[in-house]
Design a protein around this ligand. Structure first.
Ligand code: AP5
Ligand code: MG
Length: 191
């Protein structure tokens, strides 16, 4: 299995680049943001509970996200591997992911972290917010809060993978196909 953690701040291009990676490498895309938004849209009790957190750019609890991730991984465990997009977002989630993948005799192969400056992130997200309808893209304060949560709670996850010699930090600014080439170079080294 090839298990890629595709990492980066909000708006760094995780979802966009995932589509190219799926097409070339046939991995299964696991976006915790997409799963949580689907739950929210379903109007379930759980969905109602997490709406305010997602809409304000706060993280939902580790327990809840981990349950969703485990159910998804077990369902697709016979595939070529996963792109983890938006997960892990805390060092607790990262340690948990290692243990969970060990249950299927697997592990994280590589973390690719997309490096994009805060000004560029805000610009991209506000621009997308004009059409996407994503509540957390609608105003500059919420976007700033998402970036702050990233710096405070999520960025330390990079160190976790650096210590395991699995981190590749790449420049996430530029043309989509140029960034994709940078991703492929790193993935092909690990194949
Ligand atoms: P999530 O859905 O993961 O959102 P995010 O991390 O804020 O990131 P985005 O999806 O907005 O950005 P992206 O990096 O995918 O970029 P994209 O390709 O879309 O999480 C949402 C919420 O769910 C969280 O705030 C939290 O509440 C909750 N959550 C999720 N996971 C969780 C977890 N593990 N634990 C706890 N809570 C969790 O690109 C963005 C825009 O930029 C697009 O318009 C795109 O067209 C454009 N773009 C992309 N690349 C380029 C480029 N190279 N040049 C110019 N524009 C570009
Ligand atoms: Mg995304």
């Amino acid at each position: 299995m090839f298990n890629l953690v595709l990492f980066g701040p909000p708006g760094s291009g995780k979802g966009t680049q995932s589509e190219y990676i799926i097409e070339k490498y046939g991995l299964t895309h696991l976006s915790t943001g997409d799963l949580l938004r689907a739950e929210k849209k379903s109007g379930s009790e759980l969905g109602q509970k997490i709406t305010a957190l997602i809409d304000n750019g706060q993280l939902v609890s580790n327990d809840l996200v981990q349950q969703m991730v485990e159910a998804f991984v077990m369902k697709h465990a016979k595939g070529k591997g996963f792109i983890f997009d938006g997960f892990p977002r805390t060092t607790e989630q990262a340690a948990w992911l290692d243990q969970m993948l060990a249950k299927i005799n697997s592990g994280v192969t590589l973390m690719i972290a997309l490096d994009v400056n805060d000004a560029e992130l805000s610009k991209r997200l506000l621009c997308r917010g004009a059409q996407s309808g994503r509540a957390d893209d609608q105003n500059p304060e919420i976007i700033a809060n998402r970036i702050k949560v990233y710096h405070e709670q999520t960025k330390p996850v990079m160190e976790f993978y650096k210590q395991q010699n699995k981190l590749a930090l790449i420049d996430g600014v530029g043309e989509l196909n140029v960034i994709f080439k940078r991703i492929c170079e790193q993935m092909d080294k690990k194949k």
